[in-house]
Design a binder for this molecule. Structure first.
Ligand code: GDP
Ligand code: GDP
Length: 453
């Protein structure tokens, strides 16, 4: 599990500037898949070795006539789901009535709230932010989100107290994880564990129906887990001699009434499930076509590097014309993800549900297929011979050797001279070459470039 950080504050204090800074590095992964718009409210952050989920609540208007009214439902829910609330204020504007209204609301929550005075660049931060002590929420943290000043200190101060509760939060330095021995250790751990399969999708696509269908066919051991709205349910199961843990974001076991069914969807829960999973099964509703929300969930999956299987559900009772039209639309809008298998299913009738697991298995096997230095270097040499790297600043880029840097997704680290200068088109060529040569399906692969031997 990753901690959830909510950014709260009136408009214009710099929430989206901070959000963008925190989520940028992870977005680099998605950038390889043009055609995806990123979610400007929810993001996977990876900043200075700390991983967490960040939510830009955005919805507080700052209207002084009753903060409760002004707060959109979304913001309230985001605060409710957060482990840490960063309450942003504008050091240039100073304390406003709206800030006080928000503070009053936050003081009633049983949450870790930190006051963050933004835009301290070029001003005397200490004196300009002194006013904010009056909010009664403790110390005032000074940052300049636009320039990154103070952000690392802020995160260290606010998140490190949670390190024990969220051990996955700290990622080792890049150089450390990409040692070959570490990759091997990671692989052995993955192979000794059950496959964690998350079933995700927007509300009403059929996740519960599908989960029940899958569980109905299998021997299940369900244990009760207490939890809040943002917690998924983990259900161990067996299939074809393999052990799985189903990560149920739909809350099958807890569902008792229609109203609960409406409330059960949470993007934070979905993000947590994706981060937790080895393989993600993304469910799309054939009868609704592909919506922006599907694409934004897809963006989260691609960003996480998890293996992916797509299920187009409610494929029953559709005319051939409609089916053809849906297939064309899928091709047009999802054609860019060439690594994931697509299944047309009916969770209601059970059609094709069995085949899903063949793809899940294949995706997991691909994500955990052992790769070694000699094999990767051989493939790299072939790629280099087929299509020479370009000349940069009068010298030809030379790739020297490749080794495994991690699994799920497979990471290939290439060392050489000036490899950092390779154009994106050549980097993509290398990724596709590895993909074809290694015959992986269902998982993205990452290729990283390191200067020198
Ligand atoms: P939001 O409405 O809270 O999401 O605020 P934005 O992130 O859109 O920022 C509002 C304005 O403040 C924009 O013009 C930003 O460029 C500016 N801004 C954000 N952070 C800083 C900062 O650290 N220093 C300065 N000087 N301006 C900032
Ligand atoms: P969730 O919110 O994603 O968990 O969706 P549910 O499993 O609660 O399903 C939402 C609605 O879609 C329910 O009325 C289901 O009966 C219906 N549904 C689910 N799967 C199918 C299917 O394969 N075909 C059809 N026609 N309806 C389905």
């Amino acid at each position: 599990m990753l901690p959830v950080v909510a950014l709260v504050g009136r408009p214009n204090v710099g929430k989206s500037t901070l959000f963008n800074r925190l989520t940028r590095t992870r977005d680099a992964l998605v950038a390889d898949f043009p055609g995806l718009t990123r979610d400007r409210k929810y993001g996977q952050a990876n900043y200075e070795g700390l991983q967490f989920i960040v939510v830009d609540t955005g919805g507080i208007s700052g209207d002084e006539q009753g903060i409760d009214m002004a707060m959109a439902n979304q913001s309230l829910m985001a605060i409710d789901e957060a482990d840490v609330v960063l309450f942003l204020v504008d050091a240039r504007v100073g304390l406003t009535g709206a800030d006080q209204g928000i503070a009053e609301h936050l003081r009633k929550q049983n949450k870790s709230v930190y006051v963050v005075a933004n835009k301290v660049d070029g001003i005397d931060g200490d004196s300009e932010s002194a006013d904010f002590f009056a909010l009664g929420l403790g110390d005032v943290n000074q940052i300049a989100a636009a320039h990154g000043r103070g952000v690392t200190q802020l995160l260290t101060h606010t998140l490190m107290p949670l390190a024990e509760q969220f051990p996955d939060m700290q990622v080792p330095e890049e150089e450390e994880v990409t040692q070959e021995q570490d990759a091997e250790k990671q692989l052995e751990k993955l192979l000794a564990s059950p496959i964690k399969l998350a079933i995700v999708g927007k509300p009403n696509v059929g996740k519960s129906t599908l989960t029940n269908r899958i569980l109905g066919e299998e021997r299940v051991v369900v244990y009760d887990q207490p939890g809040t709205t943002r917690d998924s349910i983990f259900i161990p199961m067996e299939r074809d001699g393999r052990e799985y843990v189903l990560i149920d974001t739909a809350g099958v076991r807890r569902r008792r009434s229609i109203s609960e069914a409406v409330e059960k969807f949470s993007i934070v829960k979905t993000l947590q499930a994706i981060e937790e999973a080895n393989v993600v099964l993304l469910v799309i509703d054939a009868q609704e076509g592909i919506t922006d929300q599907d694409l934004s969930l897809l963006g989260f999956v691609l960003n996480s590097g998890r293996s992916l299987v797509l299920a187009v559900n409610k494929w029953d009772g559709l005319d051939k014309d409609v089916k053809d039209e849906i297939k064309r639309e899928l091709d047009r809008r999802l054609g860019f993800i060439d690594f994931a298998r697509l299944h047309f299913i009916s969770a209601l009738h059970g059609t094709n549900v069995g085949h899903l697991f063949e793809s899940v298995q294949e995706a997991y096997n691909s994500a955990t297929k052992r790769i070694n230095t000699s094999m990767l270097t051989r493939i790299m040499d072939m790629a280099q011979a087929d299509h020479q790297p370009p000349v940069v600043r009068g010298r030809r880029v030379k790739m020297k050797y490749a080794h495994a840097g991690g699994y799920n997704p497979p990471i290939i680290v290439i060392h050489g001279n000036q490899v950092k200068d390779l154009p994106d088109s050549y980097k993509r060529y290398m990724m596709n070459y590895f993909r074809k040569s290694l015959k992986v399906m269902g998982t993205p692969i990452k290729v990283e470039f390191r200067e020198g031997a």
